[in-house]
Design a protein around this ligand. Structure first.
Ligand code: ZN
Length: 428
């Protein structure tokens, strides 16, 4: 299977961060990575491959390099597994007297709301269930078309094509069923049936809507990949594959997959939490010398990988005049005077060098000086980790649409850069 086919499979099988994390763990297990539990003692060996998960919502996978105090360091690629969507609220059922059954949802992150209308949608996430004396979590993914958010007819909303403002408490509630009189417990019933548990044993859940359309390769020459959740599962997948494919080297090479980037990263499983720093310190405790962590961090490097805006041919005026990356032109280094990206001239230079050595073209991205732009996990991670860091990403169009678009060649190109980063003799 080609990298692109593998990526499209990963996208299709990961409707939520929980599923992306589970997919990542399965790929790591297949490749012989050994699971470490936070609550148990660790036994680490040079050249060994391991992963540790935080509440099944964030992940650090790594291959241990040299443990000599003078060599010890980290080479990390970080991304996030969550995507903009709708989250199902507790007590979500809304049954009208006419029988319409809708679910009460709230917006998760910043989706382009109009792209979610009139599509086959379904539900996926994590459910907690009472089991014996305790409780257990279940991954759930309804593999069928289950709901939709119907548009209002244009005859009743003549301004819809002139820039209509959608109200997330009114316009975007998904329709699940036409209920009968006296019927209730639609969602709980559905969950109980799917999980094979009693309805009363369901305690709570984190459930999201997902777009049922599968990833596709399109364009005259297969130039593009169109899919939901490319931001940021494409970066997560490519880094994971590069780590799995890279042999043991001098550095301790790792992949980080965070949650909650789309809502600001300030959570236990987000880039603002201490999980990664704690784990890196714990790994460093196996290296020689008491100061191995601090000495090692000074030699370490982190690539924060998150999709970046590509130049949109229909909206050239929205792009920076001199730093506007194009699809299939290679990964782009993101820089901002505001420090909304972690890159500086040192880290950008090293990434540029990596691309040159890997034979991959590299581009640069800046926001227009009159557009604020977004941020990413890079600057937030810097609050937890004192490490040289660059923010990069492959260019995308339609970021935060229910279907985003990336260049197919860029995926293979960035995989090569990650592989070279892990295997290179030295850092910087
Ligand atoms: Zn992102």
């Amino acid at each position: 299977m080609s990298i692109i086919e593998e990526l499209m499979n990963f996208l299709d099988q990961s409707p939520t961060n929980f599923h992306a994390q589970a997919q990542a763990r399965a790929h790591l297990e297949d490749a012989g990575f050994q699971e470490l539990k936070k609550s148990e003692a660790w036994e680490l060996k040079e050249g060994g491959a391991y992963y540790v998960s935080n509440q099944e919502g964030a992940l650090l996978a790594f291959r241990l390099g040299s443990l000599k105090e003078e060599d010890f360091h980290f080479r990390l690629v970080a991304s996030h597994g969550d995507s903009p969507t709708f989250k199902i609220k507790p007590s979500s059922e809304m049954k009208d007297k006419e029988g319409y059954v809708r679910l009460n949802t709230e917006v998760y992150g910043g989706p382009i709301l109009s792209t979610w209308f009139d599509r086959p949608l379904s539900i996926a996430g994590q459910v907690w269930v009472k089991e014996g004396e305790g409780m257990a979590s279940h991954l759930v993914k309804f593999d069928r078309d289950l709901l939709t958010i119907p548009s209002l007819a244009i005859h009743m909303n003549r301004e819809v094509n002139e820039g209509y403002k959608f109200n997330p408490q009114k316009d975007t509630l998904p329709l699940l069923a036409m209920g009968q009189e006296g019927e209730e417990g639609f969602l709980e019933g559905l969950l109980a049936q799917e999980l094979g548990v009693d309805q009363e044993d369901i305690l709570d859940f984190d459930l999201f809507l997902y777009n049922r359309d599968k990833a596709s390769r399109l364009g005259l020459r297969g130039d593009f990949i169109s899919s939901g959740r490319l931001d940021n599962l494409s970066m997560g997948f490519l880094s994971l594959k590069a780590l799995i494919d890279s042999p043991a080297g001098p550095g301790t090479c790792g992949v980080i997959l965070y949650d909650h980037e789309e809502v600001g990263s300030e959570s236990r499983v987000g880039a603002g939490g201490p999980f990664i720093r704690d784990s890196l310190e714990r790994i460093a405790s196996f290296a020689q010398g008491q100061a191995a962590f601090y000495r090692g961090m000074d030699r370490s490097f982190m690539i924060s990988a998150d999709l970046t805006h590509g130049l949109h041919p229909n909206y050239r005026d929205k792009a920076d005049p001199t730093n506007a990356p194009v699809l299939n032109g290679g990964p782009a280094i993101k820089q901002a005077a505001s420090k909304s990206y972690a890159s500086d001239a040192y880290s950008a230079s090293f990434f540029r060098l990596l691309c040159q050595e890997a034979g991959v073209p590299v581009q640069s991205f800046s926001n227009r000086s009159d557009i604020r732009g977004g941020s990413t996990i890079g600057p937030i991670s810097l609050g937890q980790l004192d490490i040289a860091m660059v923010d990069i990403g492959n260019p995308t169009l339609a970021m935060h649409s229910a279907r985003e678009l990336v260049g197919a060649q860029d995926q293979e190109a960035l995989y090569k850069v990650f592989l070279h980063f892990y295997g290179r003799k030295t850092i910087g």
